[in-house]
Design a protein around this ligand. Structure first.
Ligand SMILES: [Ca+2]
Length: 430
């Protein structure tokens, strides 16, 4: 190896200086600085083969990404150096249907932690690592529009289904609508269908499901048993309460709820020799429905199971209480049948002799409360108030930190959060 030491190298003729010949490598040793004060061309990112599945990018490389078959994730380099660059481009014009997810691998992307999503057809993005605060920034691109790279954000949610209907004739209270709370991420400018479940009408009608897109679906509350042919209480988000039956029929047991959403209804009771018959409470999100009890001198209807409190709206509100059971007492005293906290309806009580009655009520609107059970109608009974009632409709509430980002529902703010409350079906657009 020989060494030439000169201060300048110029072309021997003409104006082109050539280093090496084809196949050679011109090596710049570590510690050497190439300072360019002229025009550089032909330098750039090292182009790679087409990617069709998850991969981890290397700084200084460019990747065509083909999402024709399925969406996948490009993970940026970990522990990047300032100035590191990665180029990503939509190989087949399919990022709008199968998005490319960009995982910043522990660094921020545009100042936020978590993944970003590239969703524009024929988009191309050069990602440059700037610093630990902003992390990676798109430093150049094509077809990026105003939302070329979007960053999902976290929401907290509450989804409550419609409550089940109560049962007539010493029937059980309706089970509360299923209650689900949690958190998930939503994608800006994406529509999420909001469904608010209706409450079930009296006598064997369950509440309807409520849902937040594909993120969460709460199951409608189960109907309470009603006193015809020992109708069985229905399962649901929370289960319906068992009935006391009518005539000489048997009492029935409560039905089960859905794990993670609600609880079972209580069991009905009767003392047919005294014509004392009592329905049980429907299950609530926070507790099982109360059992009924009877003797030769009394009937006690079961209370609806307690609901569950949530502060997602900015203040503590209890949702999804079970309906109370209904009760007929021909011999002695009648009591009980309170609705569970959180919108559960009150069960009807009928006490023969004094001919007194406790009116039943429906589950509260937008609470998911179960409907109250009914008492048995007899000839001397007042003309109304003894029948079972329907369950209450459900509700969906979305909350996230900071200023308003999405649209839909009734929008309020509390404690630095923006809150979207849906009392009827609609759309949340992220
Ligand atoms: Ca039934």
């Amino acid at each position: 190896m020989s060494k030439i030491e000169v201060d300048q190298v110029d072309p021997q003729s003409g104006t082109t200086l050539t280093l090496g010949t084809s196949g050679d490598t011109v090596s710049i040793p570590s510690g050497v600085t190439l300072a360019n004060s002229g025009t550089a061309s032909g330098f750039g990112l090292d182009f790679q083969s087409v990617k069709t599945a998850n991969f981890t990018a290397v700084a200084g490389e460019a990747y065509p990404c083909n999402t024709t078959s399925s969406a996948f994730t490009a993970t940026l380099p970990s522990s990047p150096s300032v100035g590191d660059q990665v180029l990503l481009m939509d190989y087949a014009g399919t990022w709008n249907t199968n998005n490319l997810t960009i995982n910043p691998n522990g660094s921020n992307f545009q100042g936020q932690s978590g993944n970003a999503i590239a969703s524009k057809e024929r988009e191309a993005i050069t990602c440059t690592f700037v610093d630990s605060t902003q992390g990676w920034l798109p430093s150049s691109g094509y077809q990026e529009g105003t939302e070329g790279v979007i960053t999902p954000y976290t929401i907290n949610y509450l989804v409550v289904a419609g409550g089940g209907g109560g049962g007539d004739r010493n029937g059980g209270g309706g089970g509360a609508g299923g209650l689900i709370s949690g958190s998930d991420s939503v994608i800006p400018s994406t529509a999420y269908t909001i469904t608010i479940g209706a409450g079930g009408a009296k006598n064997d009608n369950d509440g309807s499901d409520s849902s937040l897109g594909s993120i969460a679906t709460a199951t409608g509350g189960g109907a309470g048993s009603f006193g015809v042919d020992a109708d069985a209480a229905n399962t649901g988000g929370s289960g319906g309460g068992g009935g006391g039956g009518e005539g000489g029929s048997a009492a029935t047991n409560g039905a089960s709820g859905t794990p993670g959403q609600g609880n079972a209804g209580g069991n009905g009771a009767n003392t047919n020799s005294s014509a004392n018959r009592a329905g049980a409470g429907g299950g609530g999100a926070g507790a099982v429905g109360g059992n009924a009890s009877t003797s030769s001198s009394s009937g006690v209807a079961g209370a609806g199971g307690a609901g569950s409190a949530s502060s997602i709206s900015g203040s503590s509100v209890t949702y999804a209480g079970g309906g109370g059971g209904g009760c007929q007492v021909d011999t002695g005293t009648a009591s009980g049948g309170a609705g569970g906290s959180g919108g559960g309806g009150t069960g009807a009580l009928y006490q023969n002799g004094p001919n007194t009655i406790q009116n039943s009520t429906a589950g509260g609107a937008n609470t998911g409360g179960g409907g109250g059970g009914g008492a048995r109608q007899v000839g001397s009974q007042p003309s109304s108030g003894y029948t079972a009632q329907s369950g209450g409709s459900g509700v969906v509430i979305i909350s996230y930190s900071g200023a308003q980002r999405g649209t839909g529902g009734s929008v309020t703010s509390s404690g630095g959060n923006t809150i979207h409350t849906f009392t009827s079906s609609g759309t949340y657009t992220g």
